[in-house]
Design a binder for this molecule. Structure first.
Ligand SMILES: CC(C)(COP(=O)(O)OP(=O)(O)OC[C@H]1O[C@@H](n2cnc3c(N)ncnc32)[C@H](O)[C@@H]1OP(=O)(O)O)[C@@H](O)C(=O)NCCC(=O)NCCSC(=O)/C=C/c1ccc(O)cc1
Ligand SMILES: O=C(O)CCC(=O)C(=O)O
Ligand SMILES: [Fe+2]
Length: 361
């Protein structure tokens, strides 16, 4: 239902007030039936144009039904090296769990603005629960057409107390059901880096903190003028991404070229991508690849990424095992929370975040 409010879309502070301060989000703007995009969402041409979309290229789709097959393990590592992105099917996460978390995502965003705003940065009782819009609106020259809820997992008790009741159980279930898949993928990926046994310290370094976002990209009046999410790479170890059947996620095809590959929705599949933390730990062998999401003029879209990360207090750098053959480190040791803060405090800027950890000489 359209909110019974009228705002002047020509007045950017009116738009900011409605979207950010009152918590209507871009979903609220979309549902008012606005006919043109407010100025602050208009992205520079270079951020919205994709010169070359490669229809004949696609990221690998890996059938995980034969978990222990050496060929499956090879495909996973090859995909992580070459593409940094792949999809998995027969992954062991029950399809019902995926359906439930998608419904719960609609449930949360369907709440009245007055409910959602309770979880905003200003009002939330904890930094671990945050409802917001765009990425870092305070510093962005142009805003992104997306609303989100971000949930940093600490414990079941904290989630029970702080996460929105409408989606809490479904998100926890999705996180827990993905654990086996995550651990298996990391075990396989580590083996190629000469890490044969993931001990407790390493397990914690790779998976010690988990953040789940639920993203809502409402119908956009001028999708060609803006973006759903701008070009970025994730700062995670790896990301487990559930998307619905709308499409719009694109992955950089060839580094340095304006070449993009669509990640087509596949019913029941999960997208996996390597994040910066694993690129750094693997000394660049596994690639954290730039990606983006387009805005859509005719369908609402949702996605649910689980970001599997080191803990904020961990130092990350190339793993000793990857350097054992004399390979020169290209990244230094950095405190993971410093790395993440650096990412969150600037607008999306493609692959630039990783420079924070590069050795320069
Ligand atoms: C540094 C963290 C994130 C927050 O710690 P804090 O003690 O609560 O620190 P602050 O409250 O000072 O937050 C630091 C800055 O990050 C911002 N921030 C704090 N969470 C958030 C938040 N979910 N969202 C967007 N800003 C935030 C926050 O606003 C703040 O910016 P500023 O106010 O300008 O100082 C800390 O929890 C941490 O190190 N966590 C490690 C695990 C982690 O969250 N890893 C990130 C995985 S997320 C990822 O890979 C990709 C995410 C992504 C997300 C959106 C995209 O469009 C694209 C990609
Ligand atoms: O919505 C998507 O498909 C991807 C979103 C994304 O890249 C992110 O949240 O990091
Ligand atoms: Fe991402």
């Amino acid at each position: 239902m359209a909110p019974a409010i009228s705002i002047s879309l020509n007045d950017s502070s009116d738009v900011t007030d409605f979207v950010i301060k009152q918590g209507h989000g871009v979903k609220g703007l979309s549902e008012m039936g606005i006919k043109s995009l407010p100025g602050q969402y208009i992205q520079p041409l270079e951020e919205r144009l994709m010169t070359r979309i490669e229809p004949q290229e696609s990221i690998p789709v890996i059938d995980m039904s034969k978990w222990d097959d050496a060929q499956v393990a090879n495909s996973i590592c090859d995909a992580a090296e070459k593409w940094g992105f792949f999809q998995v099917v027969n992954h062991g996460v029950p399809l019902q769990v995926l359906d439930d978390v998608k419904k719960a995502t609609y449930g949360f965003f369907g709440l009245p603005a007055a409910e959602k705003i309770k979880y905003s940065k200003e009002n939330s009782s904890s930094n671990n629960v945050r409802f917001g819009t765009s990425f870092t609106p305070q510093v962005e020259k142009a805003l992104e057409w997306k609303d989100y809820l971000s949930l940093f997992y600490v414990s079941d008790e904290e989630a029970a107390a702080l996460w929105p009741p409408v989606c809490k159980d479904q998100i926890l279930e999705y996180m827990k059901s993905s654990k086996f898949l995550i651990d298996h993928l990391l075990q396989v990926l580590m083996k190629r880096l000469n890490v044969n046994q993931i001990d407790e310290t390493k397990q914690s370094l790779l998976t010690g903190s988990v953040r789940t976002n639920i993203n809502y990209y409402p119908i956009c009046p001028n999708p060609e003028l803006t973006v759903g999410v701008g070009r970025h790479s994730d700062v995670s170890t790896l990301t487990v991404l559930l998307q619905d059947n709308v499409g719009g996620l694109y992955v950089r095809g060839k580094e340095g070229e304006d070449s993009w590959i669509h990640v087509p929705p596949i019913n029941g599949a999960i997208v996996i991508n390597i994040g910066d933390a694993l690129q750094i730990m693997s000394n660049g062998r596994y690639r954290s690849v730039e990606h983006r999401v387009t805005a859509n003029g005719s369908s609402n879209r949702i996605s649910v990424p689980i970001f599997v990360n080191p803990r904020p207090q961990d130092m990350i750098g190339p793993l000793p095992e990857t350097l054992a053959n004399g390979e020169k480190p290209i990244y230094k040791q950095v405190l993971y929370s410093d790395y993440v803060k650096h990412f969150f405090r600037k607008a999306h800027d493609g692959k630039n975040t990783v420079d924070f950890a590069k050795i320069t000489n």
